[in-house]
Design a protein around this ligand. Structure first.
Ligand SMILES: [Ca+2]
Ligand SMILES: [Ca+2]
Length: 228
């Protein structure tokens, strides 16, 4: 198996951290994958859309919302143009993968509630056709690309595993983007959540941190009075 090293600190820590939800797509319900598939998976293994049987070997992610869809790759806007779709076999040795619309892209967005962080562990990709090459793959944390690759060979017999250090690849929002080859499918997206602090009333903008941004909000509203 080819293994892509996404961060310098790798693998060694994975055995000691708690894995969270793994999105396997086998329980997506239909060949059209709902945009909120895997959102807020609770300790019973159910997501917010009522789908059941999520992989909870290492914990739940009730404070992480998930959005996933086919995105406009050709015009570079990455706006939603449809759903992701599910295919059962043929993408290397994966079973039930997600793939995007023809010639377009995919976005998978994991967003943690205030006071929490979402952490990315790994995902797998498989190719449908021989000599498959994925034109574009990117992982963003809080809007900043932390991993970008182009023209990536994707195995058509044994799936490629992309592994990340969840202690580094973490934040309020983690996004996976890839595009321009519906012959590449994604599967087994493993992520977890941390945090769980009580809300702090001084966190005025509700971003999980009390800092100068909160002070500014108070200053700019200084003197306001209800009814004036
Ligand atoms: Ca699967
Ligand atoms: Ca704040």
């Amino acid at each position: 198996m080819k293994r892509f090293v996404a961060t310098l600190a790798l693998s060694g820590s994975i055995a000691t951290v708690s894995f969270g939800t793994v999105l396997t797509f086998d329980n997506a319900g239909s060949s059209v994958i709902p945009t909120d598939y895997g959102s807020r998976v609770n300790s019973s293994g159910n997501d917010a859309g009522g789908r059941t049987g999520f992989n909870l070997t290492h914990g739940a992610t009730p404070n992480v919302t998930v959005q996933m869809f086919s995105a406009d790759y050709q015009n570079g806007t990455w706006n939603q143009i449809g759903n992701l779709n599910r295919w059962s076999t043929g993408y290397a040795d994966l079973v039930d993968v997600a793939y995007h619309s023809y010639n377009e892209g995919a976005r998978i967005i994991l967003t943690a509630d205030a006071g929490h962080e979402v952490r990315l562990h790994s995902f797998q990709m498989g190719g449908y056709y021989a000599n498959q090459r994925l034109p574009f793959l990117q992982v963003l944390v809080d809007g900043n690309p932390i991993y970008t690759q182009t023209d990536i060979p994707i195995n058509t017999t044994t799936a490629d595993t992309f592994t990340f250090d969840p202690d580094t690849v973490k934040g309020r929002v983690i996004e996976i983007r890839f595009g321009n080859d519906w012959g590449v499918g994604i599967d087994n997206i493993a992520f977890s959540q941390t945090g769980g602090c009580e809300p702090n009333p001084a966190d005025v903008n509700n971003d999980g941190v009390v800092d100068d941004a909160d002070l500014l909000l108070v200053l700019f509203n200084f003197g306001w009075r209800c009814g004036d």
